[in-house]
Design a binder for this molecule. Structure first.
Ligand code: C2E
Ligand code: MG
Ligand code: MG
Length: 289
């Protein structure tokens, strides 16, 4: 009720207690997740929509909880943000993703492979973010051009001057930036022009009904047009069907990410996808028009 401002009320119901105690228990065990080695990075490929070639992997965090099993980031990242645990966790994510990309580049010879890491709003506001990124790149010896950082449109808009400053520093370091969940916030075109970004990720809520809703198709067409005008690349998120992929290709979207090609998978499976991609054994039937 408080969150809704003054003069509001909410009715109590008994599930509130069990939800609250589950959250409390998650919060307590999250303190130990890193030291107990319970965090895992999964990787979801972003592929060329025409050829199916893997260009990038997005690192997506999972928590292998001893009691609750695999927990999705949407559930525990908000807790991590609230408690400040997001900082050590994010540093672990960045280090693990950069190390893994370096291994893929060295062992499989995928020298241009990039890895994309999500930045939480709180992490983005940290004054030492740029130093941390620089330190981890040096430590892992990954070239900055092979790292992409994803920030959501709403995080970018929280403090526009600060965003511009940080993005400019990262740009000077040659780290790429993409705007995640594009279209769900309220990024003005004016800021889009001023931020040194490389890529727009079209939120999956637009892709979901793309083939049945002409409004969504019109919005995606406009986003792709806009990105091209600003010299940005475009990734469509959440592509699940061949029909969506076909339409996106007609709209000249370059890259896609979604369960049609592959959901987020563990390191071992991601390595297998790369090996198949490299030897061109990948099942291109799912990519056929
Ligand atoms: P996101 O960055 O927009 O990531 C895309 C989400 O969409 C992922 O969910 C992915 O598994 C899901 N997805 C991809 N393709 C499909 C599809 O075809 N269909 C459907 N239904 N879903 C699809 P996930 O892994 O649960 O991550 C949720 C969000 O949690 C991410 O959204 C990101 O905002 C956040 N997140 C994940 N990992 C990290 C991390 O390491 N750090 C931070 N700060 N946030 C993270
Ligand atoms: Mg993302
Ligand atoms: Mg997204």
């Amino acid at each position: 009720a408080k969150l809704q401002g003054r003069n509001h009320y909410q009715i109590y119901n008994s599930t509130i207690n069990s939800e609250a105690s589950e959250l409390l228990s998650l919060e307590n065990s999250l303190h130990y997740a890193l030291e107990r080695d319970e965090l895992r990075l999964y990787y979801q490929p972003q592929v060329d929509i025409t050829t199916g070639e893997i260009c990038k992997f997005e690192a997506l965090l999972r928590w292998e909880h001893p009691q609750y099993g695999l927990i999705s980031p949407s559930k525990f990242i908000p807790i991590a943000e609230e408690t400040g645990l997001i900082l050590p966790i994010s540093e672990w994510v960045l280090r693990t993703a950069c190390t893994q990309n370096k291994i893929w580049q060295n062992i499989l010879g995928h020298s241009s492979l990039r890895v994309a890491v999500n930045l939480s709003p709180r992490q983005f506001q940290q004054p030492n973010l740029v130093d941390t990124v620089q330190r981890i790149l040096t430590e892992t010896q990954l070239s900055p051009k092979h790292l992409e950082l994803e920030i959501t449109e709403s995080a970018a808009m929280q403090n526009v001057d600060f965003t511009k400053e940080i993005l400019t520093e990262l740009y000077k370091m040659k780290v790429s930036i993409s705007i995640d969940d594009f279209g769900t916030g309220y990024c003005s075109f004016n800021y889009l022009k001023q931020f040194p970004i490389r890529c727009l990720k079209i939120d999956r809520s637009f892709v979901r009904d793309l083939t049945s809703d002409t409004n969504d198709a019109a919005i995606i067409r406009a986003m792709i047009y806009l990105a091209r005008g600003l010299n940005l690349s475009v990734v469509a998120e959440g592509v699940e069907t061949q029909e969506q992929r076909n339409l996106l290709r007609i709209l000249e979207c370059e890259l896609m990410q979604g369960n049609l090609f592959s959901p987020a998978v563990c390191t071992q499976e991601a390595t297998e996808l790369l090996l198949k991609s490299k030897s061109r054994l990948i099942d291109t039937s799912i990519l056929a028009a």
